[in-house]
Write a protein that binds this ligand. Sequence first.
Ligand SMILES: Nc1nc2c(c(=O)[nH]1)N[C@H]1C(S)=C(S)[C@@H](COP(=O)(O)OP(=O)(O)OC[C@H]3O[C@@H](n4cnc5c(=O)[nH]c(N)nc54)[C@H](O)[C@@H]3O)O[C@H]1N2
Ligand SMILES: Nc1nc2c(c(=O)[nH]1)N[C@H]1C(S)=C(S)[C@@H](COP(=O)(O)OP(=O)(O)OC[C@H]3O[C@@H](n4cnc5c(=O)[nH]c(N)nc54)[C@H](O)[C@@H]3O)O[C@H]1N2
Ligand code: SF4
Ligand SMILES: [Mo]
Length: 738
Amino acid sequence: MAKLPIPVEQIIAQFGPHLHFPDPEGTPGRDEPDRIVETHCCFCGMQCGIKLLAKDNKVVGFEPWMEFPFNEGRLCPKGVQRYLQDNHPDRLTSPLVNTPGKGYLPVAWDEAMDRTVSEIKRIQEKYGHDAFAVLSGVSLTNEKSYMMGKFARVALKTKNLDYNGRLCMVSAGAGNKKAFGLDRTSNNYTDLAHAEVIIVTGANVSETFPTLTYWLWQARDNGAKIIVVDPRQIPLARTADIHLDIRPGTDSALFGAILNYMVQHDMLDHEFIANHTSGFEDAIAAVRDYSLEWAEEVTGAKKEKIEAAAKLWGKASTSFLLHARGIEHHTKGVENVLSCINIVLASGRIGRPYCGYGTITGQGNGQGGREHGHKCDQLPGNRDIENPEHRRYIAEVWGIDEKDLPGKGLTAYEIIEAIHRDEIKGLLSICFNPLVSLPNNNYVRAALEKLEFYVGIDFFMSETIRHCDIILPGSLHEEEDGTVTTAEGRVVRIRKVVDPPVGARPDSEIIQEIARRLGAGDKFSYASSEAIFNELRIASKGGTADYYGITYDKIERNMGVFWPCPDLDHPGTPRLWEDRKFKTPDGRAHFNPVQYHPSMDPTDAEFPVILTTGRVVSQYLSGTQTRRIGKLVKQFAQPFLEIHPVLAHTMGISQHEDVRVVTKRGDAIFPANIVETIREDTVFIPYHWPGKKSANQLTSGFLDPISKIPEFKVSACRLEPLGTQSYIGNDARDYQSI
Ligand SMILES: Nc1nc2c(c(=O)[nH]1)N[C@H]1C(S)=C(S)[C@@H](COP(=O)(O)OP(=O)(O)OC[C@H]3O[C@@H](n4cnc5c(=O)[nH]c(N)nc54)[C@H](O)[C@@H]3O)O[C@H]1N2
Ligand SMILES: Nc1nc2c(c(=O)[nH]1)N[C@H]1C(S)=C(S)[C@@H](COP(=O)(O)OP(=O)(O)OC[C@H]3O[C@@H](n4cnc5c(=O)[nH]c(N)nc54)[C@H](O)[C@@H]3O)O[C@H]1N2
Ligand code: SF4
Ligand SMILES: [Mo]
């Protein structure tokens, strides 16, 4: 039987708080490798180049890949430690069947596949095709993402497929499509180095995209002014020229006021607005009353600082605006994004050297994975599943009748709601750990328990797949060939370094095998990852995310190619919009009117404090991977409640004391970490832990009406000091603490 993960609590009880997790067997890091393979880190959207060292079909270490242009060898703590996953004792190495009274028992692949397929058929025959849903993820390569979209629609014939980017990139995607008709950051990041003014809002770059910090430092060394907008004084804010410490959920008020200031003081690019945009008048009408005084009252940031930021931005000759989930994880995530885009368009500083705008893509393939059709409303090439022409094109590529192509399905959290309503009875998940990462996880757990059949594909036993009837052991990044698209929009090669461990299988083989057994074998018999990519190229041709001109060979020769790249002799597009041909129906960039709305879970007398959630540098997402790597665990071994000394004093909370945090969804206990770097009315909890340590016991299922992203960044809460101390210590415990 595959080894089950050892719970953190058990390790700590046995060995004490500071012991490393058992080092994976056979990871003699300094062995002479027999192969050195250039590939990319499996974690965040930076997709840093890295060389993995292999010996005897095992990954034994890494070296920097100095030539890869974005990170030039630099890596963050996660990148340095990632190779320790490969031979980890927790790797799943046999299909497992949940057997009543006996727990998980290993079974042969053939039996696991038989049972999986017969359950899928049973559920679909009894309840209809859409009663079987798929949840997928964008740590998967482009090839696998594309295949998952096709698998759901063609093999399972279900409309209900969605992905973990729904918790991540969708507000930015929707905003970008509205404004530009295309969803990608506008420039490659080296352009940052020569920007005069840079706004970074809701992005804790130093911890979440550490290697991107280098380009911000380059800019600062070249004299750039840096403006950081964040309720916390994040590391980047400490050396920023202006830090606007706004109340969570108030970005649209801030950017609305900045737009109004630009209008009042004529800091506008009239030529650009007149010739290349539409909707300007409506956008400025929406913010006409947004004075600096009003903005100070709503955001809590000082009006003098807002004015200083508006002046710097308004007068710059080159600039960049970057944001991440801090402004996107809101019920008005799309509006926040549009409010940022409005000040970029008003400045006219886009589509020129050192002038750009972009959301910083989170997950490893968060960019590519949101283009190839494994979203509930999307077909490859970032096509629209409800557009008849788009449907016809993809149906033809897939060799099916257009009327057999399902329509728009439910989004990730809506799938959970539909399980509760008995509309969805079966689930297949791959590369997604919703029990930790979706909001309101007690509700999510109840849904998983309600399913008639659940099959999950992962390489570790995640908290979610513990609820499966059948678990299928899949593959890591470096165990299959493929491509990913970095946060810059650069399509790069993921090279297979080793085979999956004996007993596990490559993800794409597993999916193809299920498809074959469902009777769709003729559509899922790819000879290689490159063959999948070549079909993806055709499927994307003519879409906004056009990959047709990108080939494996071209990527190898150029260390990556930026999409759009519509034909074979096209060089790719590192900087968008130089031609001013926006992809909207009228060819212009669109301003959108944005008015400020409060969040859906406002504070009141009973829940007076704002809770916001996010990340720490050494842990990644739901933590399935990074909570298994000793040194990363040591750096941050447990979650904590970041709280300002003034609020802590008012509440009688002392350093490291346990605090019960209560919201309308539930309560959970976290040790206090008293820091001066957070607003007095706000507390912060990192979300990488499961069960009783999960921040998502507290967050709400309120969704943005357009993007359907959950409001992870604002919950009203109450704090109850408990007088006890369960604090076990983080190596980084003095980080930011007073
Ligand atoms: N170490 C690490 N790196 C990661 C990840 C990880 O899990 N760990 N995950 C990757 C992924 S998938 C993603 S999406 C990215 C996320 O990257 P980020 O978006 O940078 O990460 P978060 O910590 O979620 O949130 C960023 C900041 O938003 C601030 N914030 C909260 N509310 C608001 C608000 O209303 N307005 C503003 N302006 N700021 C606010 C928080 O204080 C926080 O500092 O990171 C990627 N990189
Ligand atoms: N409260 C709160 N919640 C949040 C957020 C927040 O800021 N606050 N952030 C949200 C964001 S931005 C995101 S992106 C989500 C992420 O949420 P999830 O997508 O659930 O997080 P991951 O940890 O990436 O889960 C991926 C799972 O897939 C597995 N996996 C990884 N790569 C592969 C692969 O190549 N093949 C296979 N078969 N399996 C693989 C991992 O082992 C893991 O179990 O969380 C969201 N949840
Ligand atoms: S910055 Fe992101 S891609 Fe680069 S090493 Fe760190 S986690 Fe990996
Ligand atoms: Mo994300």
